[in-house]
Write a protein that binds this ligand. Structure first.
Ligand code: FES
Length: 123
């Protein structure tokens, strides 16, 4: 069953380009960031070993995991390679005068349902 829920997270007009933050939506931790004027939202949990990506470094559209350095594209959640094996979930966002809305499909699904853009062997 496909469920879709939109959550208005409030006003993030003060979030500057290159800034990121973490927020809780239901039972999900979501990383919000602004790049080139647009808000992006991905799951705030590295697919490699459950580390908050919001503690990492954002460089352009890439967020680097603070633990082992895997990077993920905030536009689609895709990972760039090892040690992560899969991407992370990415959520559609919209921003209006009434705030930022994040659309979460299948809210209770497991992270494995997120984009899987490749499989890398580490040896
Ligand atoms: S926990 Fe993120 S790369 Fe290992």
């Amino acid at each position: 069953m496909n469920e879709s829920n939109e959550h208005n997270l409030g006003d993030f007009s003060n979030l500057e380009n290159g800034e990121l933050l973490s927020c809780e939506v239901g039972n999900l931790e979501i990383l919000l960031c602004r790049v080139e004027g647009k808000i992006y939202a991905i799951e705030d949990n590295c697919s490699h070993a459950d580390t908050p990506l919001s503690e990492g470094r954002l460089s352009g559209f890439q967020i680097n995991c603070p633990l082992h350095g895997a990077s993920f594209d905030v536009r689609n959640g895709a990972h760039s390679g090892p040690p992560a094996y899969t991407g992370v979930r990415c959520f559609e966002t919209s921003e209006t005068d009434s705030g930022v809305t994040v659309k979460i499909e299948n809210e209770n699904s497991e992270p494995e349902d997120g984009p899987q853009t490749g499989f890398f062997q580490t040896r």
